[in-house]
Design a protein around this ligand. Structure first.
Ligand code: HSE
Length: 344
């Protein structure tokens, strides 16, 4: 099958994926039997363009870098909004890369439902729809005979979900715990080096780690969304994002960080989920003082880490980038390749 890709949202993640697709085009064809055209892009800020025969990714990236306006693309149909792009283009896979709203999940939920009901595969990095209604969306995908993937919602392209779902299938996962937000880990790292909280947050925004509304990062809601997604995907839970207790890093001062270090500890924002004896799953997000000789204490900057505790392997830990342009862009590619293997 040739993939006709439509991007809904062409921000940092979309552009990261576009760069990878461009760079890896031959490799993807030769080694992964993956062929594609990007037929449409629709972005609320940058405009939209559709060409059923495919768009030139290099030209699109150059346009975004120079004018920021996709509508200045020299050919194709312009002005279609996200829903028309999903329903009326010859796309067969929709990439939902618009902004995350963890409260309502919109407009992403409508995008995803519309795509699935129109029998188009969906890949997303948007945590909103998954944190709020993953089961329902997977059911709609099944009813319509299409696939939905969301590896990038947890630890960006570091395969945390796929590790739990596929590689540790049958290993008896009882617990997952780790650092799942890049922005806060970056801020805590920079504060330890002497930077103020506000400056560190500004840098995290500039580097593309933070959410559009960084309150979601610093108050722990982003980490909460991720641990709920993980528990519901990998641990058979059915948690609502309002259930687990959640505390962010806003109360941690430079003084606290310094004092902890002197005592042999480092503050980290930790998210965890555990299957209890009665079968229920409990999750939480909170800052914890981690002993400096503990593996999680050495995870610095935007790097994330997640440890699965299993019955047959004991602890299995994955460490890697948790945010950023290419790591998150790559997560979309890994999902597309997974669908490519399945539907061939
Ligand atoms: N704002 C998120 C983070 C981006 O900092 O981890 C990746 O989900």
């Amino acid at each position: 099958m040739e993939f006709n890709i439509a991007f809904i949202g062409f921000g940092i993640v979309g552009q990261g994926l576009a760069e990878i697709l461009l760079e890896q085009e031959n490799e993807l064809k030769e080694n992964h039997n993956f062929e594609y055209k990007v037929v449409a892009i629709s972005d609320t800020m940058k405009g939209s363009v559709y060409d059923e025969n495919g768009l030139d990714i290099k030209k699109l990236l150059d346009l975004v870098n120079s004018t920021g306006k996709i509508e200045e693309y020299p050919s194709g149909i312009k002005g279609w909004d996200s829903l028309k792009t999903i329903t009326d283009t010859n796309s067969n896979i929709i990439l939902e890369l618009a902004w995350t709203d963890l409260k309502t999940g919109e407009p992403a939920i409508t995008h995803v439902k519309t795509a699935l009901k129109n029998k188009k595969h969906v890949v997303m990095t948007n945590k909103g729809p998954i944190a709020l209604m993953v089961r329902k969306l997977l059911d709609i995908a099944k009813e319509n005979g299409v696939e939905m993937r969301y590896e990038g919602t947890v630890l960006s392209g570091t395969p945390a979900l796929n590790l739990g779902l596929y590689n540790l299938a049958g290993a008896g996962i009882t617990k997952a715990k780790g650092i799942v937000n890049g922005t806060t880990n970056y801020i805590l790292t920079e504060m330890e080096k002497g930077l103020g909280y506000d400056e560190a947050l500004e840098q995290a925004k500039e580097l593309g780690y933070a959410e559009q509304d960084p309150t979601a990062d610093v108050e722990g809601y982003d980490a909460l969304g991720k641990i709920v997604i993980l528990a519901n995907t990998v641990m058979g839970a059915n948690l609502s994002k309002d259930e687990p207790p959640c505390e962010g890093i806003t109360k941690i001062t430079s003084e606290d960080i310094k004092k902890a270090k002197e005592e042999g500890y480092r503050w980290k924002l930790i998210a965890g989920a555990e299957i209890k004896e009665d079968g229920s799953v409990k999750a939480y997000v909170k800052p914890e003082k981690i002993p400096l000789d503990h593996p999680l204490a050495s995870i610095m900057g935007p790097i994330n880490a997640l440890t699965y505790t299993t019955k047959y392997l004991g602890d299995v830990t994955i460490v890697g980038p948790g945010a950023g342009k290419l790591p998150t862009g790559y997560s979309v590619l890994t999902d597309i390749l997974d669908i490519n293997r399945l539907v061939k």
